[in-house]
Design a protein around this ligand. Structure first.
Ligand SMILES: [Ca+2]
Ligand SMILES: [Ca+2]
Length: 517
């Protein structure tokens, strides 16, 4: 009897759990600023990017906002012109533009695909857009200097704060656009909440971290000296947030201080958390990794940042630093930079989002959305080495991937008997592919398009005789041949017979002065 009763209880608990925790769009890779109800900003999806630009999309409107990514891969880009929906291939799907600017807010995507944004930050509106770009409803919030983003609770309702006076409220809004309740927090409320397992709302304000019950009554407040901006994150029973009082804090879900770090500048954004660590950046110029219990693991100097970090599936951290003009990919185990890339125009508020395949999306101040694609491309290549009569089987080509003369990736490609190679897990996006083989001059194939579902193709005929690899056949190469003349020397041989003789000398003389590109 009791056995069956327990199974019944278990089924009910499961049903409540799934119904209660499925209000952000299911399977959306990055449906909100915080990505989930805890605001972890951590994904388990996709392959890591290498810093190659897969594509850019220019909304041609200024913004300090960050993108969200829907279940179908659509990226929502908020700007002063409204909201653009961008397809996963970088083309525009639609633009919603009604004279309402959305320059600070990261969209939140609901279970049915509805997109929630805060517009007109100096007299704010909460706007619900249908997935086709039409307005479902809008709700007047009022308030000024609104910098926060909507959060969708486990109850499916939308939680927003409305900035400075006459704002300072936390709103709880039903999915149909009616107000469930609102609670005055402070003279400023510019924080994006996270949620507890029991539905408690944790949100910052001018002088507090506030814990609010799902019925809109205050549970507790923890004081700060200056405003709490950005978002609050939760891991287990720990809450994490930075404040304008130069301090990053861990406070328990019961409202007790657990640890704090005093830095040298303000925090304008929230952290990222996983099960081991919390990561946060501030205007002091460091990205910090602490254990959840407050032990410093490392600090990485990334320049001034008010960007919220994002954690990739392999643990790599993506964050915008250097005053907002550089995106960094940082190895979480040691704090060292894996790669970095320029974003051309700076906004220190821009925070990355990560797509289902691992693409890292970030918007610059000019409204250009960058897609840094994952290492999941393919390249098929063919090589011919002039004057080479040996086989190709066992030879290795050096294949380099460039974008705008910057080396993004390099790999050794084993050749088959015909001089062909096949590479997987390459960068994606347009690249100039530079290839070198043995003592050849390099050859570059420009603008090769590589995608996860469509391989790039290259074929090169390589000039021979650049023995020292400096890109030109000249007197140094000639001297090398002459010094080795009439010896068995497979490394310096140019023809495939392992001997350096008059055939090899002829190749150098014939190509004398030739340059690779
Ligand atoms: Ca040379
Ligand atoms: Ca030879």
């Amino acid at each position: 009897m009791s056995k069956w009763r327990w199974i019944g209880v278990g089924l009910i608990a499961c049903a409540l759990q799934s119904a209660g925790w499925s209000q952000l769009q299911p399977n959306a890779p990055w449906p909100s600023l915080g990505r989930d109800y805890q605001n972890s900003r951590r994904t388990t999806l996709g392959a890591p990017p290498n810093g190659s630009v897969r594509w850019t999309y220019n909304a041609n409107s200024r913004t300090f906002a960050s993108p969200a990514v829907a279940a179908d891969g659509t990226i929502y880009v908020p700007t002063a012109a409204g909201v653009d929906a961008v397809n996963p291939n970088g083309t525009r799907r639609w633009r919603w533009s009604a004279g309402i600017s959305v320059p600070f807010c990261t969209p939140a995507i609901g279970a049915d695909g509805t997109i929630y944004v805060i517009g007109n930050p100096n007299d704010a509106l909460l706007i619900a857009l249908n997935p086709n770009g039409t307005v479902r409803w809008s709700l007047y919030l009022g308030g000024t200097e609104v910098r926060s983003s909507p959060a969708i609770g486990p109850d499916g309702r939308i939680y927003v704060t409305n900035g400075q006076t006459p704002g300072g409220y936390l709103y709880c809004v039903n999915p149909n656009g009616t107000i469930a309740w609102r609670l005055y927090l402070d003279w400023e409320a510019n924080s994006t909440p996270c949620f507890g397992e029991d539905g408690t709302i944790y949100v910052g304000s001018a002088n507090y971290l506030n814990a609010v019950r799902p019925d809109g009554t205050l549970l507790w407040r923890f004081p700060t000296f200056y405003p709490v901006w950005g978002h609050v994150s939760r891991s287990g029973n720990r809450l994490f947030f930075g404040s304008w009082d130069y301090t990053f804090r861990s406070v328990s879900t019961a409202g007790q201080l657990q640890w704090m770090v005093l830095t040298t500048n303000i925090f304008e954004s929230g952290p990222a958390v996983d099960s081991n660590a919390v990561l946060f950046a501030s205007r002091s110029g460091d990205l910090n990794r602490y254990t959840l219990s407050g032990v410093l693991q490392w600090r990485a100097s990334i320049g001034v940042a008010s960007s919220a970090p994002a954690i990739g599936a392999d643990g790599t951290i993506y964050v915008v630093g250097n005053g907002g003009i550089t995106i960094y990919a940082i190895n979480q185990s040691n704090g060292l930079t894996r790669w970095r890339a320029s974003l051309s125009s700076s906004s220190r508020y821009n925070s990355p989002a990560i797509g289902a395949d691992g693409t890292v999306y970030v918007i610059n101040r000019s409204g250009t959305l960058y897609a840094f694609g994952p290492m999941s491309g393919f390249l098929m290549g063919g090589t011919e080495l002039e004057g080479w009569n040996g086989g190709y089987d066992g030879l290795e080509a050096v294949v380099q991937f460039y974008q705008e003369d910057e080396l993004k990736y390099e790999v050794i490609a084993p050749l088959d008997a015909n001089g062909n190679f096949f590479l997987s897990e390459t960068p994606v996006g347009p690249h100039d592919i530079k290839i070198r083989l043995r003592n050849s001059l390099p050859a570059t194939v420009r603008n090769v398009h590589i995608e996860t579902d469509s391989p790039g193709y290259v074929h090169v005929v390589l000039g021979n005789g650049d023995l020292n690899g400096d890109g030109v056949v000249d007197d140094e190469d000639l001297l090398t041949i002459l010094m080795a003349f009439d010896t068995w020397n497979p490394d310096l041989d140019l023809t495939g017979d392992a001997y350096v003789d008059d055939q090899d000398l002829l190749i150098v003389l014939f190509n004398f002065g030739s340059r690779g590109e």
